[in-house]
Write a protein that binds this ligand. Structure first.
Ligand code: ZN
Length: 411
């Protein structure tokens, strides 16, 4: 197949600062949305970022969220969401949505799963019903959800894994990527301006009101390929090169943070990034802590998602500019100060550490909500700080200072 650099034609990525290597400042434009990068996507697993409404996410400045295809496919079902106008309208969210392929959860959550040439067969973890996720099928599900950025089906090799297994699963991932690319072309050519290509109806966009006008509103969604290859740099490079030959709107780095040590991650990540085109967005799936994000931005990654800020928050561990705060600790019992003095989120402006600790101690649901609001606000501030530093050509200073403050808890 002829290499196509930008298969959807109208998904734009402007690289404002930087190049293929090192920190980059960018602007992803898709379907009337503008997303400044590097950017972090809060995780809304089941069409909800737990404890928050879409109005909260807007107030926090989130532009793009992640939703999990596996969960939504099983409940309430992609057909139902399509009938109700797609995922944006279903959850009343006017920002962007990236959906994964569902493969990772099918493999990690489902019972009796098996991977074969055709796809991933599994039994639902909810009711034992039998399902088959194919490269073509997951694109169809994501089209019904009408997400803005869609992911191909891949095999995420858990670590540690030997070279033979990693190479075998990578080869299957690449065959699936080629099938995905062909299915995407068929959908675009069959209905270039229709639902098959992921078109949202205009009424829904007007109801949203936050999107920019213009023809971006009727543009196709984006399709991202996923680099695999475990901890083997040569396999990572080969994976990236083959995907670039196929041509995707953006490229994800999958299979990181799946059991490998942090130092094992770097060579594979660098090998993959070196083989990806500078002018397309790169997305590191499922990573990470604020410092892990900093390290990946330094190497040229643009997009992130992670459950850590929200999951940890609900358990009482919050990220701050001075590192992790375990708000349940006794030290917070009579601390009348804010969660993070440097943060101006609604939780920090109004409530004290002592109050938040009390809410956790007595099991009030507000505890998880306030903690989530802060942690996501902090991640937004962290990414904004990164972007400002890159724009001002002082990313290295920012990274050094932020790391030191976080590691020492210093002021
Ligand atoms: Zn805050």
């Amino acid at each position: 197949m002829k290499a196509v650099v930008n298969p959807s034609r109208r998904v734009e990525f402007d690289l404002l600062r930087g190049s293929g290597r090192g920190p980059r400042l960018g602007r992803l434009r898709i379907r009337g949305l503008e997303i400044p990068t590097p950017a972090f996507m809060p995780v809304g697993t089941r069409a909800s970022v737990k404890t928050l409404g879409s109005e909260d996410l807007e107030a926090l400045g989130a532009r793009l969220i992640l939703a999990n295809t596996y969960h939504l496919y099983l409940r309430p079902g992609a057909e139902l969401i399509a009938r109700l106008g797609g995922l944006h309208r279903f959850m009343a969210w006017n920002g962007g949505i990236l959906t994964d392929s569902g493969g990772f959860q099918a493999f990690s959550l489902a019972r009796l799963r098996s991977i074969r040439e055709e796809g991933i067969e599994f039994r639902s973890h909810l009711d034992g019903s039998r399902h088959l996720l194919t490269p073509e099928g997951v694109l169809d599900i994501q089209a019904r959800l009408d997400s803005d950025i869609r992911m191909v089906l891949d095999v995420c090799t858990p670590q540690p894994a030997d070279r033979a297994r990693t190479a075998e699963e990578l080869a299957l991932t690449l065959r699936w990527a080629a099938r995905s690319r062909e299915a995407w072309d068929r959908a675009l050519s069959a209905a270039p301006d229709e639902e098959a290509a992921g078109i949202r109806d205009e009424e829904g966009l007007r109801a949203g009101g936050r999107r920019a006008g213009g023809d971006g509103d009727r543009a196709p969604a984006a399709l991202f390929g996923i680099v695999q290859g475990g901890t083997f740099p040569d396999l990572r490079r080969e994976s990236a090169e083959r995907l670039v030959d196929l041509g995707f709107d953006g490229y994800a780095l999958g299979g990181f943070s799946v059991g490998e040590r942090a130092e094992e991650r770097v060579p594979g990540m660098e090998a993959a990034l070196a083989a990806l085109p500078a002018g397309r967005p790169r997305y590191l799936m499922g990573v990470g802590t604020p410092l892990e994000i900093l390290d990946a931005v330094a190497r040229g990654v643009d997009l992130f998602d992670c459950v850590l800020p929200t999951r940890n928050a609900r358990k009482g561990t919050l990220f701050t500019w001075r590192g992790k705060l375990i708000v349940k600790n006794r030290a917070c019992a009579d601390d009348g100060g804010p969660i993070d003095p440097r943060c101006d989120c609604p939780a920090c402006r109004r409530y004290s550490r002592a109050y938040l600790r009390h809410l956790f101690q007595v099991g009030e649901q507000l505890a998880g909500r306030l903690a989530t609001i802060h942690s996501l606000a902090f991640y937004q501030q962290w990414m904004a700080g990164i972007r400002e530093a890159i724009a001002a050509d002082r990313f290295a200073d920012f990274a050094r200072e932020a790391r030191a403050r976080m590691e020492t808890g210093g002021a």
